[in-house]
Every structure is written in C-alpha cells, then in structure tokens.
Design a protein around this ligand. Structure first.
Ligand code: NAI
Ligand code: MG
Length: 352
C-alpha cells in the first residue's frame, strides 16, 4: 500500500469549497485503485488566522510543512480583512520561496464540453513553464521621498542559475510531450535581462537537439495565444511574462475556474505545492457554485508529481467526460453546483 502524506491549506473564500471537492475526488481514486492511500492534514492558515494571530501562519509553519510530500492549497486572499500583498507574501510566496519552488507550471488546452471564447479554437494543448523565484518579482528596490519627488525603483533579477534551470525544465518536459519549446523574450525593449535570457536559451538548447525551438517577443506571443494557440507545446517564460501568459491560457480555455498550477521544487529537498490559478473569488463565496475543476485538475498535477501519471491522465479524462455531458458550473455555462460536478466526477471514476 502506497501512502501519500499531503498537507492541505484550503485558505480563504472558495478555497474552502473547492478543496474539499478535490479531496473527495482523490479519496475516490484511492478507493477505486485499492493500492494507494492519501493521508491529508489540514492547516487553517488564512486571513481569519491573520486577524487572530497577526500572521498568516505560525512561526514554525514552514518547518511543519517540510515533513509532507506535497502541499495542496486552495486560494488565499480576503481583501476585506487583510491587504492582498500581506496575505500573498505571508503564505503563498513564503512557501514558494522557502521551499525553493523555482518552477511554476500551468497547462492550458482545448477542454471537451467547454466553450472557448475563441471563434475557431483549434485543438490547442500547451504548458507554460514559468520561472518562479526571481525575475521581475523581486524585493530588490525601494521607495524614497514623498509627493512630487517620490521615486520607486523595482529591480528585476535574472541569474544564470535561475534562468537555466527553468529552461532545462522546459526542455525536459518537451521531450515527454511534442518536442517543442518556445522562449518568451523581450530583448528588443528590455536591453540587459532579455538579451541575457536569449543567450542562455541558445546555450541550453544545444543540449536538447531532439527538441525544436522558437523565440517570440512577449507582446507577439501573447497575441499568438489568442490567434493561434495550437502552435505551442511548451513555453518558457520569466516570472512576470509567465504570470500574464497563463491568465490568457485560462481565458482561452473558457474560464479561470478550470486552470490548474503547480509550484515545483526541483532539487527534491522540499515539498512542491499544488494550487489552482484562480483566487478566493469572494464575489461567489458561500453560494456553493464555484467551479471545482481548477482544483481537481490541480489534484491531477499532484498525482503526476507523485509518480501516478496514469491515474492523473484517467482523472482528467473523466473530468472532460463530465463537462462534455453538460454537468458544469455557471462560469462555464452550466447549471450544476460545486457538489453536483464533484459527485459526477466521483461517479465517473467509480465506473472506470
Ligand atoms: P479570482 O480568481 O478570485 O476571481 C476572478 C473572477 O473569476 C471572479 O469573478 C470569480 O468569481 C471568478 N472565479 C474564480 N475562480 C472561480 C471558480 N473556481 N469558479 C467560478 N468562478 C471563479 O481573482 P480576484 O478576484 O482578483 O482575487 C480575489 C482574491 O483572491 C484576492 O484576495 C486575491 O489576492 C486572491 N488571489 C489569490 C490567488 C492565490 O491564492 N493563488 C490567486 C489570485 C488571487
Ligand atoms: Mg496571475
């Protein structure tokens, strides 16, 4: 019997609705499979916790999480209680940084039964490898003076190590897929960091002669995500470019409510963290109508990471069958609620 120890952080808002849904699905998989089991330990680290304790997680929170094989997170953020930058940096970004989750991966594909907003969405199936530890999202910089003389400086940090490992991850992923990597650059406008990015890309690609490559400036690339997403396989991008591209990825699928993501620790020292792309959606929280598919697809990415790729693939097939049968939430044009979609997926798994 394989036993997976998973830390669960439902977080705020609809995280508390879609995480239990995805755990039901994982438990159903374990039941049907028979040879594996998940042991979930839940942590109440969210904005309510912050209001009570003045921090998003206890001081030994990172140490506590380090004992698990993976972290399964819903969403954090309740702007009515806590400013977003505090909740984000106090939990999510802290975990990503302390556990050296230096890669963020986010797939997007033409999803069965889902209306893409594109008029002629060809059969796209892509995955963005986003550098997750440095780049434009750095704390290097500051603000000085006040009023008319105020100055803000935000430094982007690109290291050879960080850039290269993101690119190698993308090439290795492409070898398991359709063998193509696209680099997101902007070396015409960003004159130091992006020519460096291009140099590293050109060096790294020599080690992967069986993988084809392209390189596009991020503005054109963003437009291609809309006009011809089918040309992409794996895209490697800096932290900011990857962040923006993956929201477009979610949008062309039909809803941010289905987009999954994984923060990967690649040196094996710490757990990786799995969380959907969407946030806590305070506007629909409590109504039971949140789309659980983003969280469930995220569970599939966790299965892949735990070495259960076959199960992961089956799960996604079942989810697509359920969507294709019209059992879907309002954000993707259906009438079902969170529980109904989840139950249909669990039923589908039992019939495998
Ligand atoms: P959001 O993703 O929570 O919501 C954007 C829109 O998409 C809303 O209209 C929402 O109802 C809808 N939506 C999102 N997920 C959905 C789902 N599963 N089913 C149906 N509809 C869904 O982004 P927003 O509104 O910018 O942020 C809300 C809070 O979430 C903020 O506090 C923000 O900081 C936080 N946030 C947290 C993230 C995380 O934990 N990784 C990521 C993004 C935002
Ligand atoms: Mg984003």
């Amino acid at each position: 019997m394989k036993n997976f120890e998973i830390a669960v952080i439902p977080g705020d808002g609809i995280g508390r609705e879609v995480v239990p849904a995805a755990l039901d699905v994982l438990n159903t998989i374990a039941e049907v499979h028979g040879g594996l089991r998940f042991h979930f330990t839940s942590f109440p680290w969210d904005c309510d916790y912050y209001v009570q304790h003045g921090k998003m997680m206890p001081d030994n929170g990172i140490e506590t999480l380090s004992n698990f094989e993976a972290i399964f997170l819903g969403a954090v953020g309740n702007p009515q209680l806590v400013e977003d930058h505090i909740s984000l940096w106090g939990l999510l970004i802290k975990i990503r940084r302390e556990f050296e989750q230096v890669i963020n991966i986010r797939p997007a594909k033409m999803f069965k039964g889902l209306a893409s907003p594109l008029i002629n969405p060809r059969d796209f199936d892509l995955i963005v490898v986003r550098e997750n530890s440095e780049g434009e999202y750095s704390e290097a910089g500051g603000r000085i003076h006040k009023g008319d003389d105020e100055i803000a400086i935000q430094n982007a940090i690109f290291t050879r190590k960080g850039t290269e490992r993101a690119m190698r991850y993308a090439f290795e992923l492409a070898q398991k897929r359709r063998g193509h990597v696209t680099s997101a650059t902007k070396s015409n406008g960003i004159v130091h960091a992006m020519p460096f990015w291009d140099d590293v890309f050109n060096q790294v690609k020599r080690d992967y002669t069986n993988v084809d490559t392209s390189s596009y400036h991020i503005d054109a690339l963003a437009a291609f995500f809309v006009s011809r997403p089918q040309i992409f396989d794996v895209i490697v991008a800096s932290n900011l470019f990857g962040d923006i591209l993956t929201d477009i990825g979610g949008a062309i699928m039909g809803s941010i409510g289905i987009a999954p993501a994984a923060n990967i620790n690649i040196n094996g020292k710490y757990p990786s963290m799995f969380e959907p792309v969407h946030g806590s959606a305070p506007d629909i929280y409590g109504k039971g109508i949140a789309n659980p598919i983003g969280q469930i697809w995220t569970a599939k990415m966790m299965l892949d990471h735990l070495g259960e790729e076959e199960l992961g693939a089956k799960l996604l097939d079942v989810v697509e069958e359920v969507t294709a049968r019209g059992i879907k939430t309002g954000d993707i044009g259906g009438k079902a609620n969170t529980v109904e979609v989840t139950e249909a997926i669990c039923q589908g798994l039992k019939h495998l």
